[in-house]
Design a protein around this ligand. Structure first.
Ligand code: ADP
Ligand code: GN1
Ligand code: MG
Length: 375
């Protein structure tokens, strides 16, 4: 390459992007989105008209087997495209579509990373916070649908891209090691948060134990159902496309439900510096419960329905514990943009857990109400 190995240098990226089978000449490459994991760029190319693409440098520290990951993504997106076509939809908008290299492979490995390209979902937007409550309801129906669409997907062909991704008990063990190691000397500053985790030790394995006992089913799940991983149509505000498929793996529906609540029904942003602003918005929670149960179209078992509030609580606890672990380990996993970013994030999560505990009977009553309506 004629330029240095600075993987954010646009000339450098352009040479890589030109290896992909896109239409037209590249006219711009802009950093895009607010994900915590991949480096995402919006690429515009001009041929007869203008076309836009999403180009990503995948995080290979986190996703160590990118070949397996891309096999999952192409398998799932091809499957979804067929289903969307069958029902008369537009697969280029309603699912991600992998743009291959000119040589046919689904990704490029070399030049300091692992790179892939997707169609850009046009006339749609992903949100970092709920702006209109109806949008949150739409996202719930779409994530529920996504799960029911994938219910026939051959789960045994899926690779486990991150082993034990939502094994909360294992996450707790890793947390304990980070506390013991205290490699960055950050433990003193996080005493309150560490105690919060220790006081919740008994919660860690509730759902995974139920799975082991056969009381909860293993399903094909998304595993990262944040609001900004779904695209809403600019005009109709319908949720049209589920994105960020890197963690589609066998998992628990309750964690998918829980992650959406954790992120979207919190009255504060994930990284709000004043954690006292974090609480559970019961109206948003209710809308999501309604939408998710509808979207799953009767496929949730009675036990899954009953445990939905627990899914919300444990997912929030797990995520807070992951932020705290990363803080203690020196910010090696999540992208950070300011001092103590992971500690700040962990505080909002624990404040939300504490508020859920206060609102527990309301959370259960809301689930009961909709479980009865959509048996
Ligand atoms: P990360 O794993 O880092 O969260 P994502 O795949 O979620 O990466 O991408 C980050 C952001 O980029 C998304 O939240 C969304 O705003 C935007 N994005 C990703 N893929 C597309 C796409 N195909 N079309 C339009 N926007 C996209
Ligand atoms: C990461 O990739 P992104 O930003 O959508 C993370 C999720 C966390 C989330 C917290 C692969 O999601 O598990 O819940 O940050 N993804 C991965 O915001 O670890
Ligand atoms: Mg994302």
């Amino acid at each position: 390459m004629g330029v240095s190995m600075d993987t954010t240098n646009k000339e450098f990226l352009k040479e890589i992007i030109e290896k992909f089978d896109l239409t037209g000449n590249i006219i711009s490459i802009e950093l895009y989105g607010s994900g915590h994991i991949n480096d995402t760029y919006l690429v515009t190319a001009r041929g007869e008209g203008e076309r836009r693409y999403i180009f990503q440098r995948m995080n290979t520290d986190i996703f160590q087997d990118t070949k397996a990951l891309m096999e999952n993504v192409t398998g799932v997106t091809n499957y979804l495209a067929d289903k969307i076509r069958e029902r008369g939809g537009d697969p280029m908008r309603e699912t991600l579509h992998v743009i291959p290299l000119k040589t046919g492979e689904s990704f490029y490995f070399g030049d300091g990373g692992c790179y892939r390209m997707y169609n850009f979902v046009e006339d749609a937007k992903s949100f970092d916070a709920v702006e209109k409550p109806e949008d949150f309801y739409e996202s719930a129906v779409a994530f529920g649908n996504f799960q029911s669409l994938l219910s026939d997907y051959p789960a045994d062909t899926l690779h486990e891209t991150i082993p034990d991704f939502h094994n909360t008990g294992k996450r707790f063990e890793t947390f304990l090691q980070a506390v013991q190691g205290n490699d960055r000397g950050r433990m003193m500053k996080a005493q309150t948060e560490i105690s919060f985790v220790m006081n919740h030790e008994k919660d860690m394995t509730i759902l995974t134990d139920m799975l082991s006992r056969g009381e909860l089913p293993l399903r094909v799940t998304h595993n990262d159902t944040k609001l900004n991983n779904i695209m809403l149509d600019n005009t109709t505000h319908k949720a049209i496309c589920v994105i960020d498929l890197d963690t589609v793996m066998p998992g628990l529906s309750l964690y998918d439900f829980g992650d959406s609540i954790r992120f979207g029904a919190n009255t504060a942003a994930e990284d709000e510096e004043d954690a006292s602003k974090a609480s559970l918005d019961l109206n948003l929670y209710e809308l999501y419960v309604k939408g998710y149960i509808e979207g799953c179209k009767g496929s949730l078992t009675d036990t899954e329905l009953k445990m939905l509030p627990m899914g919300a609580k444990i997912m929030t606890l797990e995520c807070g514990m992951r932020f705290l672990t990363d803080y203690l380990q020196g910010d090696v996993y999540f992208k950070v943009h300011k001092k103590d970013h992971n500690l700040i994030r962990c505080r909002t999560q624990f404040a939300l857990v504490a508020d859920m505990e206060k609102k527990w009977s309301e959370m259960e009553a809301i689930v009961e109400k909709y479980a009865k309506q959509y048996p």
